[in-house]
Ligand binder design. Structure first.
Ligand code: NAP
Length: 327
């Protein structure tokens, strides 16, 4: 099978986990890594046996041995990094949140479409085998009409006041970092954005959202109840309730298991644990798309990525939360 050649842009915490997963795929080759600091890229390259290390993102995108670039920088840098890659003719897989807001997302997507280059938000949860199984259960109608979704993602960030999670200049706050998971999950389950959005937020000392409770309303009384936090560790499960039963997904954002419980007493459990760090599944989707000439994924389309950003923009508008680059 034709090997897909990857470049890594921004060798931070998540890039390590992504590369560990990529190394398990026989049809993937990691050709180069780029950092703003040559020492960091050299160290990263040495750790994973990557042949090329660059001291700038500009040099990385000029490497003609690279087909697709994985962007793992803070949210605030995504737009600029994606434009750089696309203008150099590279396909892109970019970490969530895709951008700071929907306007930025639209700008990047416009360029990808103009240049006919593959682009995808790295919403890795969507591609996990357990979540694929949940989509199958829903498509088969096992739980009947979906009435209610409950999903939370809360962590206790640690790391003091200099953590990127609380830095407004880097797009900090719970929503863009962890809240995006339940928001995106609701989008996947209901197949649309909510008609009604209500929320409560607590802003921390740096002005970003420390925690929030979010209620989404859809037609015919359907609703979602979601929590997001960076100073409170939550039980990060998702529950999808329907007229004929429910689905429970423990730790849904890195789901290894899912359980289907029907009103007639039938129970089905899906539980083969995934290998490595789990990020290989989104990489496999990106590589399948590249081989098939698809410019976007059907599991998370670019229009859906924009729609999710719009929903998060509406939430931040309710909170009067603007980032410095938006003022
Ligand atoms: N999918 C997931 O499960 C998951 C988990 C965690 C994070 N993420 C996402 O991945 C992205 C990166 O998160 P992370 O936790 O890996 O962050 P991180 O450890 O801080 O790493 C980010 C990297 O981006 C580069 N960078 C570029 N501009 C920067 C700036 N202005 N300030 C700081 N670093 C900058 C740095 O690399 P150089 O300076 O060496 O170039 C740094 O190593 C975020 O968008 C986050 O939401 C996803």
């Amino acid at each position: 099978m034709e090997k897909i050649r990857w470049g890594i842009l921004g060798p931070g915490a998540i890039a390590h986990k992504f590369v560990q997963a990529l190394l398990t795929l026989e049809d993937a080759q990691i050709k180069a890594v780029g950092s703003r600091d040559i020492h960091r890229s050299q160290e990263f390259a040495k750790t994973y046996g990557i042949p090329k290390a660059y001291g700038s993102y500009e040099e990385l995108v000029r490497d003609d041995q690279v087909d697709i670039i994985y962007i793992a920088t803070p949210h605030s840098a995504h737009k600029e990094n994606m434009l750089l890659c696309l203008n150099a003719g590279k396909a892109v897989l970019c970490e969530k949140s895709f951008t700071i807001n929907a306007d930025e997302a639209r700008e990047v997507i416009r360029l990808a479409r103009e240049k006919k280059l593959f682009l995808m938000e790295a919403m890795w949860t969507r591609f996990l085998p357990a979540i694929k199984k949940v989509r199958e259960w829903l498509e088969q109608g096992f739980i009947g009409d979906i009435h209610l979704l409950k999903a939370d993602f809360g962590i206790s960030k640690g790391g003091g006041p200099h953590n990127r999670l609380v830095d407004p200049a880097l797009g900090g706050g719970a929503l863009l970092d962890v809240g995006i998971y339940p928001v995106s999950f609701a989008s996947m389950i209901f197949g649309k954005q909510p008609e009604t959005i209500k929320s409560l937020v607590h802003l921390g000392p740096t002005g970003v959202d420390e925690q929030s409770t979010i209620l989404f309303g859809y037609e015919q009384g359907r609703m979602a109840s979601l929590c997001s936090a960076i100073e409170t560790e939550l039980v990060n499960d998702a529950w999808i309730y329907g007229t004929q039963g429910y689905i429970h997904i423990p730790d849904f954002f890195y789901a290894k298991k899912a359980k289907l419980c029907l009103r007639d007493g039938r129970i089905e459990e899906f539980g083969p644990e995934f290998e490595s760090t789990g990020y290989q599944y989104e990489a496999m989707e990106a590589m399948d798309c590249l081989r098939n000439g698809a410019l976007e994924s059907s599991i998370i389309s670019l229009d859906e990525t924009v729609a999710i950003m719009e929903t998060m923009d509406k939430l931040r508008a309710q909170w009067n939360l603007k980032y410095p680059m938006e003022k």
